[in-house]
Ligand binder design. Sequence first.
Ligand code: CUA
Length: 339
Amino acid sequence: MQQITLLAHDWGGAIGVGAAVAVFVPWMPTPASREAGRIWFTYWFATWICLGIFALVAAVLIYALLKFRVKEGDLSDGPPVHGHTTLEIVWTAVPFVLVTAISIVSAIVLAKDGNAGSNPLIVKVTGEQFSWQFTYPNGQTFGQLRMPINRHVKLEITSNDVIHSFWVPQMGQKQDAVPGQTNPLVITPDRLGTYPVICTELCGLGHSLMRSEAIVMSTADYASWYKSSAAPPPATGGGGGGGSAAGATIFKTTGTCGACHTFAPAGTSGKVGPDLDHLKAAAAKAGQPLEAYIKQSIENPDAYITPGYAKGVMSGSCCKQLSPDQVDQLVQYLGQNTK
Ligand code: CUA
């Protein structure tokens, strides 16, 4: 009997630990959008139902172990069991009610999470190896996603090359970025802050680096940012001149170079590719004149790889979409403003 009691204790302990791990470990990040809040609710709704059923089954199991243990020396069969109609009706009806409840909650959440309301902010999202670009209604494109708090934002997600997948963990939902197709995703941010944008579809060498930021701003901050974002980029210090200003625009908008590269004059801090603030030293290391080195690095990025970086990462369409004139302006801008 002591052995049986021990067994029951072990079961009880294991069940307690299992339930504590399920409930008290913070498995999910704190939600930062209404959609995520609903998904979290659904998750816990289903989890608590499962915990209740698990506790019930475990309790019956432990009771049966203790109560119906075979007596020492008793080698006979137990009494035959011929079913129990009431029990069968109960264990069919209860799961039916629970599963139906989960279905109804899920259907409501799914419908609400896909509803962008009548006046959403529409942002076009383009994935490409290996960066994200966000284009706003004023036509400006950025390497980061900025959203005003408490407004429906409808992302229209596509890709320039292979399949990527857009995901902000704190906002709950994922959506594939597929070439030639536009997939919607609705986000209604309800917590200020900066959250990671992650690519969750293996898309090539730079997949793990294909990250950006989703910044949730107050309505006033967003409005002033949006207003200033429509203005032409300020003339950069140092070089100046028409070519350089045009180059700055290409850097920030057409090529979205800052999504991958840090460059202080443009105020960008991408970490996918090498830092562009010290190109003179890099050109010297590669044994080339500065402008020739920059041009080669844009047109044929694998010709010389900065130590610590991998070949094939800068293979996206970001640079291929630039005309020869635009490449020259970009080279001039970088050459004049790097150290
Ligand atoms: Cu894009 Cu992984």
